[in-house]
Ligand binder design. Structure first.
Ligand SMILES: [Mg+2]
Length: 224
């Protein structure tokens, strides 16, 4: 990996698939929701899964794709209720806790930037207890733009007030990583396996880590 020699001033972190195991979200969208639809509509689970996948695909990359209120309306079922029901599956990825503790001990602020719906964000922070590790927690819903959108980044930086040139960013979404880079975040990382039960992801033009605590050495507060 080639790092510019800057001292890391802020670490920006995605939530789902980065801090937390994406297994929960996979279960909600690929099993729990289709299962409820299949029961309600008298279709097979496979048909319901296909319907959910096709319907979601039309909105991919937009803020609506991340909006539980929108999908609750589209499917006629409360996604908030389904998420609450499945909340036992919300899990912190290995290495997350160690990394956040490390940043705290180095005095490097961590900022959470997620596309998750604010209600989903609250549920996940309550369930994992990770909230206190962050100097700021932001849902893109409060900006009206997803992290994939180029205009999200200047608005986000203006609001949070960090220096993009000396910040590092970790996210499991390639489109988001590219939007952040295009705007001026010079060092970003992908996550190789966002779901503990899913397959590995590739990030053609970014370095990637499996566990966040692989970045401990990069974030020493000493410059590298
Ligand atoms: Mg993510």
């Amino acid at each position: 990996m080639h790092h510019r020699p800057f001292k890391v001033s802020t670490v920006l972190l995605d939530m789902d698939g980065t801090l937390l195991d994406l297994h929960f979200d996979d279960q909600v969208w690929n099993y729990a929701l289709p299962g409820r639809l299949a029961t309600r509509d008298g279709t097979s689970l496979a048909q319901a899964k296909q319907r959910v996948a096709d319907t979601l695909a039309r909105e991919r990359g937009t803020l609506r794709w991340y909006c539980l209120d929108h999908w609750s309306e589209v499917f006629g079922l409360s996604l908030h209720e389904i998420e609450a029901e499945q909340a036992g599956l919300i899990g912190v990825r290995p290495g997350t806790q160690a990394f956040l503790t490390h940043l705290q001990s180095c005095g490097i602020p961590a900022v959470l930037a997620t596309n998750a719906h604010p209600r989903s964000l609250r549920l996940k922070l309550a369930k994992t207890g990770l909230g206190p590790y962050f100097s700021a927690v932001h849902s893109s819903h409060d900006y009206g733009l997803p992290k994939e959108h180029p205009a999200f980044w200047p608005a986000f930086v203006a609001k949070v007030g960090f220096d993009p040139a000396s910040s590092i960013f970790v996210d499991d979404n390639l489109t988001v990583l590219r939007a952040a880079r295009a705007w001026g975040i010079s060092e970003s990382y992908g996550i190789t396996r966002p779901s503990s039960t899913g397959s590995a992801r590739e990030y053609p033009d970014f370095p990637a880590v499996d566990r966040l605590d692989e970045l401990n050495e990069r974030c020493t507060g000493e410059g590298s």
